[in-house]
Design a protein around this ligand. Structure first.
Ligand code: AMP
Length: 199
């Protein structure tokens, strides 16, 4: 991949901010590997041969809560390493949801020598927009995931809403690697803003 591109792109944003869609586009357009901890956890849920202790940790996900940190690190670090071995950078989609996690990832980035090649984009939308988007999605497509439910979404927003994103944003702001992207406009416009920020 282009040497000027960061090896790690961290996407922050509340559930429903569109960061998953933007992550996929970054991967298609620039050759990154997509590290979505939500996808990795759902794959684990379906995997009959998975470690039973890991599977137990997934109960939190189904209740709209955060999953234990150790499981997140195991899944995400493995993917990031695999991508590097394949000569690819990683787009981290939802992989960092607390400052404790941000610090642990930072140590890991230092260990594998990519700490100086990391950027963070926060795709920012209001919490109210999340509920509106979920309502539209449920009306159009029906329930797509176990946690697609207005009551569970309210719980997720308590732990994963803008209040929760704020200290993580501040952590990266202090490192001078944060760009805030307005996530309210239509998808293509948000992509244009992301591409602009990468230049
Ligand atoms: P997502 O598909 O990104 O919306 O994630 C779905 C669910 O997976 C979240 O509501 C959490 O329960 C869990 N999850 C995903 N990433 C993390 C993380 N970094 N830390 C803790 N829990 C996570």
């Amino acid at each position: 991949m282009n040497n000027e591109l960061p090896k790690i792109i961290i996407l922050l944003g509340v559930p429903g901010s569109g960061k998953g869609t933007q992550a996929k586009r970054l991967c298609e357009n620039y050759g990154y590997g997509h590290v979505s901890t939500g996808d990795l956890l759902r794959a684990l849920d379906k995997d009959e041969n998975a470690d039973p202790a890991d599977k137990e940790a997934l109960a939190a996900m189904k209740a709209g809560k955060l999953v234990a940190d150790d499981l997140i690190y195991k899944l995400a670090f493995n993917e990031i390493k695999k991508n590097l071995e394949d000569g690819k950078g990683s787009v981290l989609d939802g992989a960092i949801r607390t400052v404790v996690q941000a610090q642990k990832y930072q140590e890991f980035f230092e260990e594998i020598g990519v700490a100086d090649s990391a950027r963070t984009f926060e795709i920012r939308i209001a919490d109210e927009t999340v509920m509106t988007r979920l309502g539209i999605r449920l009306a159009n497509e029906g329930k797509q995931r176990p946690d697609d439910d207005p009551e569970i979404m309210k719980k997720r927003l308590e732990q994963q809403g803008n209040e929760a994103v704020k200290p993580i944003r501040e952590y990266y702001e202090a490192k001078g690697i944060l760009t805030v992207i307005d996530g309210e406009p239509p998808i293509d416009e948000v992509t244009a803003l992301v591409n602009e920020a990468l230049k």
